[in-house]
Design a protein around this ligand. Structure first.
Ligand code: ADP
Length: 235
């Protein structure tokens, strides 16, 4: 069994919109995977199932041996500790410094001050922002703000880093820088990385496994090396 297993998953939202149809995916420990598809194709939904922001309507989601859909609300924190998340809009707390933003989650789970310090400095070093510890988010460029978010997401050594359109608000050069940083993290920390994007330029440059979704259907999975029937008719 792979580290992440998605089996026969369907997601139908309350308003009747079907976001995922019979989705099956396996992702191994330490992989770097792009999930691509147009806006509205189901990328975010797929990603939200992994950290239990949404539950599947049908099917199974397994992350590191945890049956995500069946997890009790009171145990969701056990899953979330294994997962770091980076979003398109940075979601940094504007009144906290870079250091405080990265430390925030650690402090709230009761990690001691000196350990927090070691972890925060290490994460900021990794993303190349150690000299910005005292800056506030509005004193940073977009690329720098996204680096802070990445530091915040990796600070507690998650097994998986999930990135939902992390370069959506960045220009092409910065986007590539951010993805290269994710690649470094993948190599150095062995973190499994799943990145949703509609930026085909980046995907083409990086030469990683690609999973493509169209209208809620996985139409291509590089691991399986083929386009499925549903997309063949479009090509
Ligand atoms: P993507 O990330 O590829 O843009 P999403 O997963 O966000 O796609 O959306 C897939 C489909 O599900 C879209 O039709 C979207 O409108 C719908 N959708 C997403 N979130 C919700 C929600 N909370 N309630 C109802 N429909 C939703």
């Amino acid at each position: 069994m792979k580290f992440i297993e998605i089996k026969n998953v369907y997601k139908v939202y309350n308003n009747g919109v079907t976001a995922l149809v019979d989705t099956n995916l396996s992702i191994g420990k330490g992989e770097f995977v792009f999930v691509i598809g147009n806006s509205g194709s189901g990328k975010s939904t797929l990603i939200k199932l992994l950290y239990r922001e949404e539950k599947p309507t049908k099917g199974e989601v397994l992350v590191g041996g945890i049956n995500v859909a069946k997890l009790r609300n009171g145990s969701v924190y056990k899953l979330r500790r294994k997962i770091g998340v980076v979003f398109q809009d940075f979601k940094l707390l504007p009144k906290l410094t870079v250091y405080e933003n990265v430390a925030f989650g650690l402090e709230s789970i009761g990690i001691k001050d000196d350990e927090v310090r070691t972890k925060v400095i290490r994460a900021l070093e990794l993303v190349g922002l150690k000299d910005k510890v005292r800056a506030f988010p509005n004193q940073l460029s977009g690329g720098e703000q996204q680096r802070v978010c990445i530091a915040r997401a990796i600070v507690n050594d998650p097994k998986v880093l999930i990135c939902d359109e992390p370069t959506g608000d960045l220009d092409p050069n910065l986007s590539l820088e951010i993805v290269k940083l994710l690649e470094d993290i993948n190599k150095e920390l062995k973190t499994t990385i799943i990145m949703a994007t509609h930026d085909s330029q980046i995907v083409n440059k990086m030469k990683k496994r690609v999973i493509a979704i169209e209208n809620g259907v996985v139409v291509y999975d590089q691991e399986k090396g083929k386009y499925y029937e549903s997309s063949k008719s479009n090509n």
